[in-house]
Design a protein around this ligand. Structure first.
Ligand code: ADP
Ligand code: MG
Length: 728
């Protein structure tokens, strides 16, 4: 048996089984072994039915039988009864006054039963026990806890993620069979042993044993740590390799003097924040180096990233290519490409750039799927003008247009630059490195990369997913901004919110209403969560709440074109209220929209709520955010309110992202899937020491062997990883 063998070579699998495994992405032995248990059940507290004594608090596992319900003939109290049997004995169970219980169960069902043992010796029973339905018993009764108890010291057993067609138990037994076939002896460990030793992590063979059949909880824990470390280590290695590759390429050296830059920034209608100054300085320093910059600019919405981008674009667009490369023509300066995720955003950046550059003889182009523009227009130097794509691209190719802004259309083959020196990418951090490559085309020089994001993520995650980038933070908001007023509401107080929004609408403002889902779920399916949906809420608001308002909707199932149309209407105030899903989180600046109501707020991470709230902070008017919970303050939602309070207290998005990580657990961290990490990897993200260790080791490995020649297994791993991480 080899790790790369298909499961079907060694095991008989029926169709449902095969389908189920496919769904879980398991085809080979190795993939099976890496399908790690989700959790462990501790069975040290389980008694066998045969050993129960009166008065004991018992937990037993077994099959239900003999169910029936009757009325006690004296008191007419309904009594349900049956038994549970575990292979050693059976014990009677009785429920008084709970006739529905028996109805919920069927004979033969696997259950976990917990209750106090009553009755007399030989006639023991459990009254009103708690019963939990199981898909299977912990372990087959035949090779179970109760046979040969002496030799078996395991008291915890693994529980695997199941899917229809394959049970946790199947995983357990199949893994054991692989172990018995000697698989552990033919597995090579990709991670160098001395690395594992340094952090006291088990080697692969031990880790697999410990994770699949732990003798102690600490063993399982230690094995999980190893696999978590491994995942972060691979990502870090991929990033370090990426970085090493970039850092040996050459770029356009851009040297600028301070006066020259100040001449540009002094014209801004505001003073730069210190954070902006610092970021600009970081970037200009990088520009002066021989190798291309790889930098991420992280800052909350409204922190002024565009001003930073414009300043760096100015530095590049006013620089000449090096001697020998420079054309004799008058134009032909270094060039900048600025890429935005959507067409509206590209247009907004184009308009902002016009404001920043209108006093200069620097041309700016815009290329999107639906057309091209150029600034300035020949006839009106204040205005942009539409232009054919062919003409625009010609001018970009010969270097006459130094700044080109656009959507994905920028990376099309037909777009060629003369001297592309600087690539700015907005909100697409994950793909930045690849897009830079695509934009550079065949140019032997690699452009500098400035990736910008308003997505707040915890520091450990940033260190991992941006491992190949240097980071500049805009952690300071421009002075004089009115802080947004955030209030937490429960559904029963909505009239107050609506009254406020009505006033705002009457004063000429606009509002967003965010709902957790697009449509009402299928009414035939029972659904405990009464979550508001975009379509129904828009109807309801029209009919009952804001009768005179113009209301429209926006959600992810609409085409990009439809979304753009709605956003443009909202921007031009043809719509008063935009009811939307969280798709509005990245994006468009509508300064007149000063109110945002977020329904089902507890469903979102704090960092995501913060980003949604960021839609309304930009204008000069006071902005309001109303976070509305689904339920009123009962039970669990009391805690919810507690958590949401952080929104009113935190200083910035990063702080909230850290809260998310600690309060909600990694599984719920905002947008976690987009980072391409598994649950285990996200667990690692909680541990700064582990992340730093993985980073250090990865960097050392690449420094010593940048092509990973000595580590073909790692090279292979990170190749698949890079593929997954960079695909769109
Ligand atoms: P971001 O892209 O980070 O969300 P923008 O660059 O779009 O932010 O800036 C948001 C708004 O703040 C713009 O209207 C911009 O003109 C303004 N702005 C940028 N920097 C400053 C500053 N230092 N002081 C005051 N206003 C600023
Ligand atoms: Mg922006």
């Amino acid at each position: 048996m080899l790790p790369t063998d298909l499961l079907t070579t060694h095991f008989r699998l029926d169709e449902p089984h095969k389908k189920a495994l496919k769904r879980l992405g398991i085809a080979t032995i190795q993939q099976l072994l890496l399908h790690l248990p989700q959790r462990y059940e501790d069975i040290s507290s389980i008694q066998s039915v045969g050993s129960l004594v009166k008065g004991q608090d018992a937990i037993v596992f077994g099959q239900i039988g003999g169910l029936n319900t009757r009325k006690s003939w004296k008191s007419k109290v309904p009594i349900s009864e049956g038994w549970v049997e575990d292979g050693t004995a059976r014990i009677k169970i009785m429920w008084f006054n709970q006739p529905y219980i028996a109805k919920m169960m069927t004979d033969g069902m696997y259950v976990k039963v917990a209750g106090k043992v009553g009755g007399t010796e030989g006639k023991l029973y459990l009254t009103n026990p708690e019963v939990e339905k199981l898909d299977s018993l912990p372990i087959d009764r035949h090779d179970s806890i109760f046979n040969n108890t002496e030799s078996l010291d395991e008291t915890i057993y693994p529980v695997y993620r199941e899917t229809k067609g394959v049970t946790s138990k199947w995983f357990f037994h199949t893994v054991q069979k692989c172990f018995a076939a000697g698989i552990l002896d033919v597995l090579g460990d990709p991670i160098p042993e001395e690395v594992l030793k340094r952090y006291n992590l088990p080697i692969l063979k031990t880790a697999l044993q410990w994770i699949h059949i732990p003798k102690k909880a600490e063993h399982a824990e230690s094995a999980r740590k190893r696999f978590a470390f491994e995942e972060v280590f691979y990502i870090q290695t991929a990033k370090a390799k990426e970085r090493a590759q970039i850092s040996v390429t050459s770029s356009y050296v851009v040297v600028t003097d301070k006066k020259h830059i100040e001449a540009f920034t002094e014209r801004f209608p505001f003073p730069l924040t210190n954070a902006q100054k610092k970021s600009i300085a970081d970037i200009l320093t990088d520009f002066g180096g021989k190798h291309p910059m790889s930098r991420l600019l992280e800052g909350d919405v409204g922190s002024g990233k565009t001003a930073v981008a414009a300043t760096t674009a100015y530095a590049v667009a006013t620089s000449r290519p090096p001697e020998g490369l420079a054309s004799k023509l008058q134009f032909g300066n270094l060039q900048v490409a600025y890429m935005a995720p959507t067409e509206i955003l590209a247009k907004q950046h184009f308009e902002s750039f016009i404001q920043y550059f209108k006093h200069l003889p620097i041309q700016i182009g815009l290329v999107t799927g639906s057309g091209c523009m150029k600034f300035p227009s020949k006839s009106n130097p204040e205005k942009p003008t539409p232009i054919s794509k062919a003409q625009l691209l010609k001018w970009v190719k010969n270097g006459e247009i130094p700044i080109l802004i656009g959507t994905h259309a920028l990376i099309y083959k037909s777009v060629e630059f003369k001297h592309l020196a600087h690539v700015i990418i907005d909100e697409q951090h994950r793909f930045g490195t690849n897009q830079r490559r695509a934009l550079a085309k065949k140019d032997t020089r690699m452009p500098h990369l400035l990736s910008m994001t308003a997505t707040p993520i915890p520091r450990t995650l940033a260190l991992t997913v941006y491992g190949d980038l240097d980071i500049s933070l805009l952690d300071e908001m421009p002075k004089g901004r009115k802080p947004i007023i955030t209030k937490i509401y429960t559904p029963s107080h909505m009239e107050e919110v609506y009254a406020h929004v009505r006033e705002e609408l009457a004063a000429g403002r606009q509002a967003y209403v965010i709902c957790p889902r697009i449509e009402e779920p299928d009414p035939s399916k029972e659904n405990a969560l009464q979550l508001k949906s975009v379509k129904q809420e828009a109807e309801r608001l029209k009919k009952l709440v804001f009768k005179n308002a113009r209301i429209d909707i926006l959600h992810s199932k609409m085409t990009p074109k439809e979304k753009d149309t709605v956003m443009l209407k909202f921007l031009s105030h043809e719509i008063d209220i935009l009811v939307a899903t969280s798709v509005v989180e990245v994006g468009v600046n509508v300064p007149n929209a000063t109110n945002i109501i977020i329904e089902g707020a507890e469903r979102f991470g704090l960092a995501q709520l913060h980003q949604l709230r960021g839609r309304v902070v930009r204008g000069t008017h006071q902005a309001y955010c109303f976070a509305v919970t689904t339920k009123d303050t009962t039970g669990k939602s009391g805690k919810t309110l507690e958590r949401l309070k952080a929104l009113t207290e935190a200083k910035n998005g990063f702080e909230l992202a850290e809260y998310d990580l600690t309060l909600r657990g990694s599984g719920e961290l905002y947008g976690m899937k987009q980072w391409g990490l598994t649950d285990l990897g996200m667990e690692a993200i909680k541990n700064i020491k582990m992340v730093e260790a993985a980073r250090k080791e990865a960097q050392a490995l690449i420094a010593a062997d940048s092509e990973l020649k000595k580590y073909p297994k790692i090279a292979e791993k990170i190749q698949t990883l890079s593929k997954n991480l960079h695909m769109e």
